[in-house]
Design a protein around this ligand. Structure first.
Ligand SMILES: *Cc1c(COP(=O)(O)O)cnc(C)c1O
Length: 213
């Protein structure tokens, strides 16, 4: 099935008010062009260098909006600051401070999500649920960041709903508008649990090509 057909099928399942972020990591720039030609404008990337290379190749697509959704080392912030509209993966104060500092120097802003490690997995990024309020307050105090919501990736192989509900409860406590949750395997449940941004890769682009190949 073509990207345009898969996009149409996804759109039919995603209610108005929920933003579809097309996750294009490991996909070539040509696949992004195909989705763009079919009307998609929001794209998510995970790796700072890969993002930069593709953003340069696609700089003619002026209203394309980039979302950074990957683990972000503080020393890579300079590669994305001012070039992404959203960062979904702010999970520590140093990262937030560096992002704000780099944006401020460029006279730019970014919308950000605080990423919460809802399953308490040692292998995952994200702040602990009991750190989310403090980190959100720190982010709100930074001049170049607009905190819009919370993001999570639930543990694989378990029912995602309790994790989505935990994130929603935290989001409500913080009085924030947005919830970035749901991927190819669980976006339906995420939408039912209140997602306002879903991040979908393989269900749109097909399987990711092996890296390095
Ligand atoms: C890769 C990735 C996605 C998309 O995953 P699919 O299962 O391909 O839809 C969403 N969010 C994050 C943070 C990712 O790294």
């Amino acid at each position: 099935m073509s990207i345009a057909l898969r996009l149409a099928a996804l759109r039919a399942q995603i209610p108005a008010g929920v933003t579809l972020v097309a996750v294009s990591k490991a996909q070539p720039a040509s696949a992004i062009r195909e989705a763009y030609a079919a009307g998609q404008r929001e794209f998510g990337e995970n790796y700072a260098q890969e993002f930069r290379a593709k953003a340069d190749l696609l700089s003619d697509l002026e209203d394309l909006r980039w979302h950074f959704i990957g683990a972000l080392q503080t020393n890579k912030v300079k590669l994305i600051a001012g070039r992404v509209a959203y960062v979904h993966t702010v999970d520590r104060p140093e990262l937030a401070r560096e992002l704000s500092r780099r944006l401020l120097a460029r006279g730019e802003r970014a919308r950000v999500f605080v990423e919460v490690n809802v399953g308490g997995e040692s292998s995952k990024e994200g702040c602990a649920p009991d750190e989310a309020v403090g980190l959100s307050e720190a982010v709100r105090a930074l001049p170049a960041l607009d905190l819009v919501g919370l993001m999570c990736i639930p543990p694989a192989g378990a029912d995602p709903r309790p994790h989505f509900r935990l994130l929603r409860g935290l989001r409500d406590r913080l009085g924030l508008a947005e919830l970035s949750m749901g991927m190819s395997g669980d976006y339906r449940q995420a939408i039912e649990e209140g997602a306002t941004f879903v991040r979908i890769g393989t269900a749109l682009f097909g399987p990711r090509p092996p890296s390095g190949g």
